[in-house]
Design a binder for this molecule. Structure first.
Ligand code: FA5
Length: 341
């Protein structure tokens, strides 16, 4: 029986050597360590053996069982390891793959327009200043020569805030007072860009939110000729020599004399369209010589100083440059529009 056990051990270990997968290993376990395995039959027969033989055969059978169980668990572990290696090889993560490119944004067309115009003025010696988007009634109107109930206030349909006396600025002109009060009596050449808000009837050239650039020059002997020269030069810097512009007499309480500054409508080439209200011209801004009362409110002696000012609508300039047929595109957040700039 001892030699049977030797044979059982040899056969089982030999069979184990050729096993390459989990399923065959399980069949091996059933065949060599399961209830009907030859080794188990030896255990079954132990009771029939003589007193002398039983411990000898029993010890040997236990040793074979231990050896087979150890070999089984070694094989099982080595199969597990090689399966792991295989999956590491075949499913390897290539961390060197480039990531997905994130789309990089760019400046909003309204910002591009403001910056282009501010840069053109900077080339003419104008420095950039910022002024608040919410102002008191005094700055929005009073100090600009529009006391309460002045009829010219009707030109600015204002958004009021929940703070008494504070409204969103309907134009950038309040910035004139801020910059004058900061620098008087020094001469000034300034631009003040920013967003303005008006409770406006929206159409192809009017929005409730739009950018203006305020232009202000204060000094000695500044004339209407300087105003016309500067704004004519701006038009040529932005659109080249060919652009047609015109100045129309107008009225603003904070300038005297006052004018509107129009560009030929490049969307319809002067033929007439919804943007230019079928006139062939697009109003770009208001302008004029700073009113003596405003100079005084800014801290300048109007007997000694004069100045010119203008307020330009920058989306309208961008519309002419890129033939944009409706100002509502600017704030509609349609990527098909925004991605073109
Ligand atoms: C003014 O706002 C004056 N403060 C301009 C000024 C400044 C005159 C300094 C004299 C001296 P006006 O309301 O016309 O003026 O607006 C000026 C420009 O802003 C317009 O010509 C237009 O280009 C632009 N603008 C005005 N309202 C709107 C609007 N609702 N949507 C888009 N652009 C507008």
């Amino acid at each position: 029986m001892l030699s049977d056990l030797d044979q059982i051990e040899r056969t089982a270990l030999q069979a184990l050597e050729s096993i390459q997968d989990e399923a065959s290993l399980e069949s091996w376990r059933v065949a060599h360590l399961g209830r009907s395995a030859p080794l188990m039959l030896v255990f079954d027969q132990l009771g029939k053996l003589s007193k002398e033989e039983r411990p000898v055969i029993g010890r040997r059978a236990n040793a074979v069982k231990n050896a087979l169980e150890a070999a089984f668990s070694d094989r099982s572990e080595s199969l597990r390891q090689s399966a792991l290696q295989r999956s590491l090889q075949s499913e390897r993560l290539d961390v060197t793959l480039p990531g997905r490119a994130l789309p990089i944004g760019h400046l909003h067309p309204a910002t591009i327009s403001v910056r282009t115009i501010v840069r053109a003025f900077a080339d003419m010696g104008f420095q950039v200043y910022r002024s608040p988007e919410a102002e008191t009634d005094d700055y929005n109107f009073g100090l600009l020569n529009m006391p309460p109930h002045h009829p010219a206030r009707d030109m600015y349909d204002t958004f009021y805030t929940s703070m008494p006396n504070v409204s969103l600025r309907p134009h950038t002109s309040p910035g004139q007072i801020h910059v004058m009060r900061q620098y008087a009596p020094e001469p000034i050449r300034a631009t003040l860009p920013g967003v303005c808000y008006r409770y406006e009837q929206i159409n192809a050239r009017h929005e409730t939110q739009f950018n203006q650039i305020e232009v202000l020059a204060v000094g000695k002997n500044i004339t209407l000729g300087d105003l016309k020269g500067t704004l004519s030069d701006l038009a040529r810097r932005l659109f080249g020599q060919e652009i047609h512009i015109r100045f129309r007499a107008s009225y603003f309480p904070f300038t005297e004399p006052s004018a509107e500054y129009d560009f030929e409508c490049l969307i319809c080439n002067g033929k007439g369209c919804a943007v230019c209200a079928w006139t062939g011209w697009l109003e770009i801004g208001g302008c004029g010589m700073v009113h003596p009362i405003v100079l005084q409110n800014g801290g300048y002696d109007p007997e000694k100083f004069s100045g010119f000012a203008a307020g330009l609508g920058t989306e309208r300039i961008m519309m002419l440059k890129h033939r944009i047929e409706d100002i509502r595109y600017f704030w509609a957040n349609d990527m098909r529009f925004l991605e073109q700039f």
